[in-house]
Design a protein around this ligand. Structure first.
Ligand SMILES: [Zn+2]
Length: 89
C-alpha cells in the first residue's frame, strides 16, 4: 500500500497509548444506513498499524454528497484521499 504525501496527523493511538504520527492509508470507509451516510478516511499509526478513522462526513444526507464524490469514496480514489489528507479543515 502506498501512502500519499500528506500533512502529518498526530493523534493519540489507542494501542500505543501515546500520541503518534498517523499516515493516510488512502482508503475510505463508507457506512450508509437509511437516510444518513458516514464517510471516514482511514489513518494508520506508523508505529503499530492501529487504524483511526477521520470523519469526513458524519450523519450526512446522501443528497449533500455528489454522486461523483460518493463513487470515488467507494472506489477508494487515491487522489481524493490525498486531497482530503491535505485539507487542514
Ligand atoms: Zn500505535
Amino acid at each position: 500500500m502506498k501512502y500519499c504525501n500528506t500533512l502529518r496527523v498526530y493523534h493519540r493511538c489507542g494501542s500505543c497509548g501515546k500520541k503518534r504520527q498517523f499516515a493516510n492509508t488512502g482508503r475510505f470507509r463508507v457506512n450508509a444506513n437509511g437516510k444518513k451516510v458516514d464517510v471516514w478516511l482511514i489513518y494508520q499509526c506508523v508505529k503499530c498499524k492501529h487504524t483511526w478513522n477521520l470523519a469526513i462526513y458524519e450523519r450526512t444526507k446522501p443528497g449533500k454528497i455528489s454522486m461523483e464524490e460518493y463513487r470515488m469514496f467507494l472506489e477508494n480514489d487515491e487522489e481524493l484521499a490525498c486531497r482530503y489528507g491535505n485539507d487542514k479543515a
